[in-house]
Design a protein around this ligand. Structure first.
Ligand SMILES: Cc1ncc(COP(=O)(O)O)c(C=O)c1O
Length: 467
């Protein structure tokens, strides 16, 4: 299967947005939903019922689907099982859940190490913990920021190593930067965290590792056990399923021993609540207080099955809405194909952008060392103007700091313009976006009224054997 061409026409046929003439190259913010997922959402509506809260057949059926969704997520990540999977609204909420779960465990003098590559979601919670929350309980805990090389965009591992010590409870690192595209060497980060000697309350002597997988999981085979992440967070809205669900996949013993983030109904043990004693429910429901986003969770889990199909058999459903078990090798080969296609688009963008005068691309030059996005600035042009000009020509991009405020500051920037690619983008779209930028830089904007080249005719592309 891995040698088959990437049939981009068959992939795009699953989506409605191309019919609108949209050139969607802001995928690092959110991806587009395939038609099957919106149809599935609608088809589930007549059978909707709350979960764990009714004896009706509808409630039991919905409960089964909802619980199975956790199994699907676990299998996709090669996690040991559903007990490791807590669902939240998004990556941000999942990271906050970790922060609040560990809040009471921090001791005076501890630290949290994160990096200047992070999205605000993996910096601001740690800032708030250290500066706003723990000081109110009289505890001093500091956050430390590992820098990156401003020329290459690579994480400075030596600096990271110098920040981690025997008081580092947690190391928080992005799997891929949403600005520089950098993919930090997580195995090396894991090794540094393992060697810290921090005495965790459960007797482990190491720092925990939290990986922000928001930009990693959608385009890379992610095996949580091989990764050795104690916590992995990501959002489904960047993974074909904008239905309000994010994932926290964590080591079972940590979820078992930590305090939950939210308290209330459904997270308690059946019949174990009295005025002076409350027992929490089994995993993962201990982390699911209140009525969850039931349909969102069911449809999001199916997005993972559909992703396997789009990558391998886009002309037919092999995994989507089937009981077929998801094996790690299937996920690996499917995600390697997604990664190879993304890499091809990114390499093309990097090559062609490099030829534009005055344009600076940030982050690693090698497409194999970055995720599928390219952020840049053009001398003499406000990045917001570039994004507006792209939009006038039908190309959707993003200008700003992309919530990667620390990295922009580190480079002396306030903003950049970013193109980000997904499995349904075509090389022709990349070329078109770069041509538009070329015209803007040359001072030749497409006259208003002239149609944008929106109906890009895709051709199946041969991609090399994914590594
Ligand atoms: C690397 C990274 N982390 C975290 C987030 C936050 O994701 P969400 O808004 O879904 O919580 C994003 C979103 O752009 C991101 O790119």
């Amino acid at each position: 299967m891995s040698g088959q061409p990437w049939d981009i026409a068959a992939v795009r046929a699953h989506f409605d947005f191309p019919e609108r003439g949209r050139i969607v190259t802001n995928n690092a913010a959110s991806t587009q939903p395939p038609r099957e997922l919106t149809e599935l959402y609608r088809s589930l509506a007549p059978g909707y019922e709350n979960v764990h809260r009714g004896q009706s057949s509808a409630s039991q059926a919905m409960t089964r689907l909802f619980e199975d969704a956790h199994d699907t997520v676990a299998r996709f990540l090669n996690a040991p099982g559903r007990r490791c999977v807590a669902l939240y609204r998004n990556t941000t909420e999942a990271i906050n859940a970790v922060m609040y779960s560990l809040l009471t465990e921090f001791r005076d003098g501890d630290n949290v190490v994160t990096t200047t590559l992070e999205h605000n979601s993996n910096f601001v919670p740690w800032y708030a913990l250290c500066r706003d929350l723990l000081p109110r309980f009289g505890r001093r805990v500091e956050y430390r920021l590992a820098r990156f090389d401003p020329d290459t965009g690579e994480l400075d591992l030596a600096h990271l190593a110098s920040l981690i010590d025997a008081r580092t409870k947690l190391v928080c690192c992005t799997g891929a930067s949403n600005f520089l595209g950098t993919r930090p060497p997580l195995a090396a980060v894991r090794a540094l965290a393992d060697a810290s000697g921090y005495a965790q309350p459960n007797g482990e002597e190491r720092s925990y590792l939290l990986v922000d997988g928001a930009q990693l999981v959608p385009g890379t085979f992610t095996d949580v056990q091989a990764l050795g992440a104690d916590y992995l967070a990501f959002s489904f809205h960047k993974l074909l399923a904008p239905f309000g669900v994010g994932v926290l996949c964590a080591r079972e013993h940590l979820l078992e021993s930590s305090l939950p983030f939210l308290y209330g109904g459904d997270m308690i043990a059946e019949g174990r609540v009295s005025a002076d004693r409350v027992e929490y429910g089994p995993l993962p429901w201990k982390y699911a207080a209140g009525t969850p986003n039931i349909l969102g969770a069911v449809v999001s889990a199916q997005a993972l099955r559909l992703l396997l199909d789009l990558a391998q058999t886009p002309e037919r459903a092999t995994y989507f809405q089937t009981e077929r078990p998801i094996e790690p090798e299937t996920v690996r080969s499917a995600m390697n194909r997604v990664a190879a296609w993304n890499r091809e688009l990114t390499a093309r963008a990097l090559d062609r952008l490099a030829a534009l005068p005055g344009l600076t691309v940030y982050g690693p030059r090698d497409p194999a060392r970055r995720t599928s996005l390219v952020a840049f600035n053009v001398a003499g042009h406000d990045p917001h103007d570039l994004a507006r000009a792209l939009n006038e020509a039908g190309v959707e991009s993003r200008a700003g700091c992309h919530c990667a405020a620390l990295a922009h500051r580190a480079l002396g920037l306030t903003a950049s313009c970013r193109l980000s690619f997904a499995l349904y983008n075509t090389p022709e779209e990349v070329d078109y976006a770069v041509d538009v930028l070329g015209r803007v830089i040359a001072g030749r904007r497409r006259p208003r009224g002239e149609p944008a080249a929106r109906s890009v005719t895709p051709h199946p592309q041969q991609i090399g054997s994914p590594s």
